[in-house]
Design a protein around this ligand. Structure first.
Ligand SMILES: [Zn+2]
Length: 77
């Protein structure tokens, strides 16, 4: 028996994004191992589950898995 109540992450195509967006996401990172920001990300994969979306990749410096949550700023007036 499987539990179907949780949204299953769906793999999206990160490379469908514009080059500018790809570069922003690949540069604007935070690594918990290095404790440094903007070291960069490699091997990016974009996921979506319900109303959440995020990009997983590896820290360019140490290779640890890092995650960038995608935040949609719809409320700006
Ligand atoms: Zn790192």
């Amino acid at each position: 028996m499987s539990n179907e109540t949780e949204a299953t992450p769906v793999l999206k195509n990160f490379f469908d994004r514009s080059i500018e967006e790809q570069q922003d996401f690949l540069q604007q990172t935070w690594c918990n191992e290095c404790m440094e920001m903007d070291l960069g990300m490699k091997n990016p994969q974009e996921f979506e589950a319900g109303d959440r979306a995020w990009i997983e990749g590896e820290c360019v410096k140490c290779g640890t898995k890092i995650i960038t949550e995608l935040v949609y700023e719809d409320d700006e007036v």
